[in-house]
Design a protein around this ligand. Structure first.
Ligand code: ADP
Length: 465
């Protein structure tokens, strides 16, 4: 059964891990899809912005015109290649602030709610005529960046589109008193890029419902699994307790029943019948065994009562004389072992209201256990009784002690700790349960401290009112 539960727990944990991996994979896929959809949506909504803004359009016309004029100068040999590029940089610089401001205005009028940075990056400028193809600028071959719009870092930039403008130009100039004409094709390659501010949190917000739902389902699955395994373990424990109880009860019944059967056989014997003392002693054995059986039945019936069923008969008790009597009577009653009880009283409040019968039963249960679970021939029990703000009864023995694992459970009904198997002590596991219920009925508490092989201390605390 233990192995089965372990396999079940392992299988559930593995199942949970597999489930989390699949869920993680699906969430990641959804995130990627949402991200793509969001970026595509943004791309689509800003790709037309230039066309709808007349100012942006005229700014584009302005820099293109200035730039083409410089290219014409270059083709007539009036300007150098570097002059064309620096003139382009210059004109872009001069209009850039206005361009950026206009772009942001255009974004607002297009109802775009989140922050977007945008720029056009020049990739290449190639001038071709009938003779040759002349590269004026190529981004691959220079660290220089010619950018119209916002600064966007490499890692944040999201590509929108690549544009190739190919335009044909013819131009005339008066050079050395002669009207000269020139024709060329200008290939202007640009790349539009954007940076959507906080796009991760926007996508995350879109996924929040899904994330919360999957987290909820995950927690539910864990809770259900935990609950099922817990109830399985507790059912297994109950089944074990039942078996233990039946075994212990059978064990307890065996001896008196065997003695009773022997005694009846003896009484039937004609030789015995003729000896009155023998008959007398057999009858008293039958009586004793009968009492033992009665005690056993009472123990099972009474000691399994819960604190709600205990009817207290409260009376005012004089603390010191009462405890002295209980402890002295107990010392006299134990004959099987050498028992020493050290008493120590610290009395401030002299009397207390309690049910003498029940509290005596509770104390006797603890004292009997101190003898039952002793390790040495001499049992030393230290009783410390303190009455200040509450009545505190501490009973310390030099017995076999209780393991940490068992400590929490010894007050449970029918629970018997591991030490009973090692030391083969009989019992039904009801004594401490009943003791704790009696204390609870008095609104008190019971605790224990113990170290295996070193002894156990039980501390009962009962309030004065
Ligand atoms: P039992 O009939 O088994 O004695 P109890 O309810 O009185 O039942 O005790 C529960 C278990 O707690 C015992 O089976 C025993 O293992 C452990 N126990 C109780 N008192 C002591 C003690 N003084 N020293 C060591 N173990 C103890």
């Amino acid at each position: 059964m233990k192995r089965k539960i372990k396999v079940l727990i392992l299988a559930s944990v593995l199942g949970l891990i597999a489930l989390s991996i699949i869920q993680g994979y699906l969430i990641n896929n959804t995130y990627e899809l949402k991200k793509k959809a969001f970026i595509n949506e943004t791309r689509a909504s800003i790709s037309q912005i230039d066309d709808f803004s007349p100012t942006l359009d005229s700014l584009s016309d302005f820099w293109q015109e200035t730039f083409i004029n410089k290219v014409v100068d270059y083709k007539f040999g009036i300007a150098k290649k570097e002059d064309v590029v620096s003139s382009l940089e210059f004109v872009i610089d001069s209009i850039n602030d206005t361009y950026k401001a206009e772009y942001q205005k255009a974004l607002i009028s297009n109802d775009i709610q989140y922050g977007i940075k945008f720029h056009k990056k020049v990739r290449a400028i190639i001038v071709t005529d009938s003779i040759k193809s002349d590269t004026l600028f190529n981004i691959q071959k220079t660290p220089k960046q010619i950018v119209l719009g916002d600064e966007i870092s490499e890692e944040n930039s999201i590509g929108i589109s690549n544009t190739n403008w190919e335009t044909e130009h013819t131009s005339t100039r008066m050079i050395d008193g002669e009207n000269k004409e020139i024709g060329f094709i200008l290939l202007f390659q640009t790349k539009d890029e954007m940076d959507i501010e906080g796009w991760r949190s926007i996508v995350f917000k879109q996924m929040l419902g899904l994330l919360l739902l999957s987290l909820f389902i995950f927690v539910m699955v864990i809770a259900l699994l935990y609950y099922s395994i817990k109830s399985l373990i507790s059912q297994k424990k109950i089944a074990e307790i039942k078996t233990d109880f039946v075994n212990n009860m059978t064990h307890e019944l065996k001896t008196p029943l065997a003695t009773l059967s022997l005694a009846t056989k003896m009484l039937k014997n004609t030789d015995v019948k003729q000896q009155p003392e023998m008959v007398e002693s057999t009858i008293s054995t039958i009586d004793r065994q009968n009492m033992r059986l009665q005690k056993l039945i009472d123990q099972v019936l009474n000691n399994s009562m819960g604190y709600q069923e205990i009817q207290l008969n409260m009376e005012t008790v004089n603390i010191e004389p009462y405890f002295n009597t209980v402890l002295d009577d107990f010392t006299l009653a134990v004959k099987s072992k050498d028992v020493v009880i050290n008493k120590n009283f610290e009395i401030e409040q002299k009397t207390i209201e309690l049910d003498k019968f029940y509290i005596t039963t509770a104390l006797l249960n603890i004292l009997e256990n101190a003898v039952k679970y002793s390790s040495d021939d001499q049992v030393i029990i230290d009783c410390h009784i303190e009455s200040h703000s509450s009545l505190k009864i501490s009973i310390k023995d030099n017995g076999i002690g209780i393991s940490d694992k068992d400590k929490k459970q010894v007050f449970e009904k029918f629970y018997r700790a591991g030490n009973t198997e090692i030391h083969n002590v009989k019992g039904l596991g009801l004594g401490l349960y009943y003791t704790s219920q009696i204390v609870k009925a008095h609104h008190g508490t019971i605790n224990l401290e113990s170290k295996e092989g070193k002894g156990t201390t039980f501390v009962i605390s009962i309030p004065f009112n």
